[in-house]
Design a protein around this ligand. Sequence first.
Ligand SMILES: Cc1cc2nc3c(=O)[nH]c(=O)nc-3n(C[C@H](O)[C@H](O)[C@H](O)COP(=O)(O)OP(=O)(O)OC[C@H]3O[C@@H](n4cnc5c(N)ncnc54)[C@H](O)[C@@H]3O)c2cc1C
Length: 415
Amino acid sequence: MAAKADYDVAIVGASLSGCTAAILLGRAGARVALIEKRPDPQAYKRICSHFIQASAVPTIERIGLYEPILAAGGLRSRFHSWTPWGWIEPTEERHAYCLNLRRSLLDPMLREAAAAQPGVELILGQRAERLLRDGEAIRGVVVHDREGSEREIEAKLTIGADGRDSAVAEMAAVEDKTLPHGRLAYGGYFEGPKPRFWPDGAVWFLDPDMAAAFPTDGGLVFYIAMTSKERAPEFKEDAERALVDHVAAVPEPPPIRESRLVGPVIGKIEMPNRIRGPVAPGLALIGDAALATDPIFGVGCGFAFQSGEWLADSVSPALRGIESLESGLRRYRKRHRRQLRMHARLIHDYSTGRKFDRVERMMLSTAVRDPEAAALFEAVGTRRVTPPDVLAPMARRVVAANARRLASPARGPRP
Ligand SMILES: Cc1cc2nc3c(=O)[nH]c(=O)nc-3n(C[C@H](O)[C@H](O)[C@H](O)COP(=O)(O)OP(=O)(O)OC[C@H]3O[C@@H](n4cnc5c(N)ncnc54)[C@H](O)[C@@H]3O)c2cc1C
């Protein structure tokens, strides 16, 4: 017979998004069941280059992890972008700094913080298998441990924080869109000479292939290749050689040939973008369960922290009985869409594997030579503002830069 337990909130998935929501909901006075299928508290996500965009730093500060991340060796890092027209350089702006810490350190640290939060019960080694329902509304989950014992966890709100292949979203049959991703991604940690921009990261927009170097804790650099899937046989045959050859062949290459691979090269070929309606009666999705668009721009960790925060703030009044849960969920859906919809649309469009279009070529070539355009590019790239926020100022910079170019055609190659 199933054992039963009652909570305000049942969160499925104790990774970045689930732990963030648990900490903030626990602080707001909710009784939270934080359910994780993996039994080991040290478990972590293996396929991730963990460059955490600056947009998420305020959330990380709020949950008390900013200093611990730096104390664990995490880096404050910006990014330099190579384009066919030259480098787009980062600003000195304090808010532009991103964070980078290996998931093997980050995930256990965050899970420990969630488990220490009064009101949160971390339940490890239990997989969500079914949803409990009360008419249309979801009212919790049924979980199984590895021996097959079943437990019913009833809750006013169920949260799917269970990643890009969310079982919760599938069981709830929420609206779901899958869009193609045209590039593969293979990467690995290397130790050796520091790349030129250390501790900043660098991304090469080779149009349409990509490569990146992300310095992280322990003096390591995560090198990653994102190329057309046509090159999959090369990577399948010898992933290390294909990765090193790709990164070493970029213009002004980082010192990957002088470095030594530490651990395996990890890769994935099929990574379709997933976008799901983030709420249903009694249910919300956060992190990759709501929107999975990586790896091309490395946004999912930041979005996981932020969407966990947006949801906790949106539903806390309802959980205290001040308003209906429906109102709180509506507020979350609105915020999620307002903040992420346009980022997602642009990322999905570019992740097909296509080359830059004319407008992108104009903007990037302008950002190479115009610091104000570079700052706008950085603000969107670090996800601190939405694309519509910069559209008008960027258009003005492009027009101004190209007017000057027309007046002196000798200044460099045309975009
Ligand atoms: C190649 C690659 C590179 C990336 N690089 C970056 C990067 O540089 N920067 C960046 O910001 N993002 C990056 N990402 C994306 C990032 O890894 C994810 O967006 C992020 O981990 C999402 O966090 P999450 O908490 O939503 O889900 P996840 O981290 O996927 O966690 C889901 C959790 O749910 C648990 N779970 C699943 N099903 C169940 C179940 N039925 N019952 C109980 N528990 C369950 C899992 O065990 C896991 O702990 C990358 C992704 C890829 C594929």
